[in-house]
Each structure stands twice: as C-alpha cells, then as structure tokens.
Design a protein around this ligand. Structure first.
Ligand code: HEM
Length: 460
C-alpha cells in the first residue's frame, strides 16, 4: 500500500509554474538574496503552492502550504536527499563523519546518542540547570540599565547548552568565550546551499579556528566532566556506545558530535530573541504572562516539569515567534531522481524546498498572518473559530516535520520558557526602539544588533 506522500512522489506530472522575472546566469538571485521570504511569498502568491526559480548554477522547486509541506518533508533520501545540501554547509563546521556527513545508518546512530539527553528524565535535570544558569546570569542586574537582547540570548543559551549537553565544568570554563566562538561558526553559514560549494572567505578561516578551539576544549575537559550524581561524563557515555558496525566512536568523532549538539544553541538563541522582541513589541501580553507565572509556580524554581508545562500562554507566544520568525526559514533537499510532487514534475538535480518562512504567512491558513496573535493557538473550546495551527498538520514547520523532524523542540522550548520566566518575573522590560529588523545574510535570520532592552528590577 502506498502512502499519500509516496503516491504524490511518483514520476510524471505537469511543469512547475515559473516565478516572474529572473536574469540570464544569475536568475532570481537578487530578489532572493535581498529578501528570501518576501520573494517566496510573492512567487507563491502569484503561482500557488508550487513554483520554480533559478539561482546561479541551481534550479529550485519551492513548495508552500501544509499539504505541500507534508509531502516534501515525507520524501525519503532516495527521492530527495538532505545530505548533499547540508554536507557542504556542515562539513567545514563539524568535520567529516558526523551527522549529515556520515553514512545514513551512522547518522541515525549519532541521533540516537543524543536522545538520552532529550528524554523526560533528562529534561527534568536540565530544568534545574536552566533556572540556575539564568538566575546566576541576571543576579548582578540591580536597579535599572540596558542590555543587548541578542548578546544576552547568545550568552545564556550557550551556557545552558554547554552545561546540559556537555557538562558543568565545560559550561563554566567556556562561558566567557563560547558565545563568540559559536557566532563565528554561525557566520560561516552563508547561504552555501543556494550557491553551491562555499567560496573561501575570511569568515570561514575564523570559523575553522573556532571549530579547532572548541574541539580541543571538548577533548580536554569533557571526558572527566561528570554531571552531579552521575558515575560517568557524557563524553565517557559516548565513547562506550557501540555503532551499527560494532565499533565505537573515536575521540575526534565524539568531540565533533558534541560540537554539533552545542551548535543547537544558535537556533535557540534566535527563537528566544524573537520571542522577546515580539513580547516587548506587544506589552499588553506582559501582565497576562506574569499572572500565568503566579498561578503556574507554587514553588520557585520548580523541581518538576509540570509548572513549565502549565505556561500555556507563554507557549503560544513561542509558537507565534516560531511562526513569524522561524530560526530556519528554508528546508532544502536535492531531488536525486525525477519526482512528481502534488502533481508537478520536479526533474532530478533540482533543489526541492519547503519553506517555513513563507508557509507560516499564508492568509488562508493563518488569519491576519502578519499579526502577532498568540490566541490563535487557544484550544477550540474557548474560541471555536480559531486554532489555526491545529487545523492542518504541517502548517507550522519551524522544527521541520515528516520523515526527519528536529529532535530538540522540547529542550529548546523549555530553555526559552525558563529564560523568559526569569526575565519577566524579575524585571520590567521595554525595547529602546520598537522597530527591530532582521539580518538576512545567512540561513538564519536573527534580529539585527544592537537590539537594546531597558530593564528595571521589580520589587520581590
Ligand atoms: C529553536 C531551536 C531549534 C530549531 C528552530 C530547530 C530546527 C530544526 C529543523 C527545522 C530541523 C529539520 C531540518 C530539515 O528538515 O531540513 C531540525 C533538525 C534537527 N535538529 Fe533541530 N532545531 C532546534 C533545536 C535543536 C536542539 C536543541 C537539538 C538537539 C540538542 C536539535 C537537534 C536536531 C537534529 C539532530 C536534527 C536532525 C534530525 C534528522 O535529520 O533526523 N535541534 N532542527
């Protein structure tokens, strides 16, 4: 029996409609690189759920909307493969033989080594670490002052990820330099998937040095970095695991794998920062969220996950940040054979993309899609005509979906809930300038710096 996704991906079908414009050789590169999500929205607005356009040396088949997302994200690697797209992006960052650069069965094994850190028992331990890290971080902020939102989010998500996923000593030792090192890695994520193999630029050299420094630090510190109450360090656990070929990891690969976990701090930073920008641009939400804090936390900081699960309104604000500013706005794959997707013929060699950035702003899926409206996620017993996110699977794809969804949403959302719980409880906050723009130079679209926030410590 074939599934809908398989049936939709049989060869045949009609030609993809073309995006307007485009120049010889460079194709649609100028509007695409200037404002990728705007370009995709305009193209899909005119042509519907499928459209093709060209970039230098690439033809792209872009799909948009819940039904198309479901099909594209369910394609398997023998149809549309992520690996040739992500490989050039990640190999210089993490080295070879890890994640997308490893054979498929090894990559699956690598993912399985991360899972123990993302299960409920681990998340309960992480919650204590997250609150502790965040409270210590803001402890010196007395009276009033200002901070740069992105800089603070980089600092705190790096500390949290290092401490939870690698170990406490690594977190403490690297805290002063980790955000800058991760930023250097992030800067090398120029849109290489869209322009083929990366040109070697100065920021790639800086990224290479950052990777060397981090790998060395992981190898030096992580092996003896035992979390409290544990017999072995996370690194020792990794080295004991047995792979599909019966062999275990060597030290270099274990360090690269840990670096890939650490890099997850980058999308968490962006999601946490946009959550903050949107909340502070819509201050009418702050009393609602503070009231929710009062009712959710009977003891503070909590010793279980249940109070964090009770923060539903804050959760809805996170969903709006994911919708309006997905940390990863495009999910590309390479068509490894001729495909037919939703009745459209996609020739082998095309880049096949689902786009969180464009899909999340479709007016027929999300009412008034440009508006920050966390109520759209309320359960339908409160507002029967809402719950737009619930109406269609794959309407919201900020964490991917289908065959290869993100492994870390629970960890990421928990970290962001903790960060904003601590900030909202301890401080009155406002944006110094309400107009915050996004940086569009890479596969990530963070808020532009400086993004200054004024704070005043609240009376306890
Ligand atoms: C706000 C934070 C995060 C965002 C927005 C995010 C987003 C995504 C997206 C969109 C994908 C799918 C990529 C694709 O289909 O092409 C993905 C995959 C993945 N993510 Fe995340 N992620 C986040 C945090 C994390 C964290 C904290 C971890 C683990 C510590 C993690 C681990 C992974 C892994 C291992 C995959 C690959 C899954 C696979 O290919 O089977 N992510 N992430």
């Amino acid at each position: 029996m074939t599934t809908d996704a398989q049936a939709a991906a049989q060869p045949g079908g009609r030609n993809l409609p073309k995006a307007d414009g485009g120049l010889p050789v460079i194709g649609h590169a100028i509007p695409f690189f200037q404002d990728p999500v705007g370009f995709l929205l305009r193209a899909h607005g005119r042509q519907g759920e499928a459209v093709t356009f060209s970039l230098p040396g690439r033809r792209v088949a872009s799909f948009c909307g819940p039904q198309a997302n479901a099909v594209v994200l369910s394609l398997d690697d023998t149809e549309a493969d992520r690996r040739p797209v992500y490989e050039p992006l990640l190999a210089p960052l993490l080295g070879r033989g890890v994640g997308f650069n490893a054979p498929a069965d090894v990559m699956t094994w690598h993912h399985s080594l991360l899972l123990p850190h993302l299960r409920r028992d681990a998340l309960t331990r992480h919650a204590a670490i997250m609150f502790d890290q965040m409270e210590r971080y803001v402890a010196p902020w007395n009276g009033d002052g200002t901070f740069d939102l992105m800089a603070v989010m980089r600092d705190i998500t790096a500390r949290i990820s290092a401490h939870c996923l690698i170990g406490p000593r690594f977190g403490r030792t690297l805290a002063p330099v980790l955000p800058a090192l991760l930023s250097r890695l992030e800067a090398s994520f120029f849109m290489s998937f869209a322009i083929g193999p990366r040109p070697f630029l100065p920021h790639h050299r800086r990224a290479d040095r950052a990777r060397e420094t981090l790998t060395r630090a992981i190898k030096e510190i992580a092996p003896r970095d035992r979390p409290e109450g544990k017999k072995r360090s996370h690194f020792e656990e990794l080295m004991r695991a047995e792979g599909p070929d019966g062999r275990s990891l060597d030290e270099e690969t274990a360090a690269a794998l840990m670096l890939s976990w650490l890099f997850a701090a980058v999308p968490i930073t962006i999601h946490a920062a946009w959550t903050g920008v949107l909340l502070l641009q819509h201050p009418q939400w702050l009393p609602v969220l503070r009231a929710e804090q009062e009712s959710a936390f009977t003891d503070y900081p909590p010793t279980t996950l249940s109070p964090l699960h009770k923060l539903e309104r804050l959760g809805h604000c996170l969903l709006e940040a994911e919708r309006l500013h997905p940390a990863i706005w495009l999910l590309p794959r390479l068509a490894v054979r001729d495909l037919c997707i939703r009745g459209y013929r996609v020739p082998r060699g095309y880049l096949v993309c689902a786009s969180p950035g464009a899909s999340h702003r479709l007016p027929d899926v999300f009412r008034d899609p440009g508006a920050f409206d966390p109520d759209r996620y309320l359960p339908d017993q409160y507002l029967p005509d809402r719950t737009e996110h619930g109406t269609a699977h794959h309407a919201l794809i900020g964490f991917g979906g289908g065959r290869h969804p993100c492994l870390g949403p629970a960890f990421a959302q928990q970290a962001i809930k903790v960060i904003w719980s601590v900030l909202l409880r301890a401080f009155d906050l406002e944006l110094a300038g309400p107009d915050v723009r996004e940086v569009r130079a890479s596969v990530f679209h963070p808020p532009r710096q400086p993004c200054t926030v004024r704070y005043r410590r609240r009376k306890r």
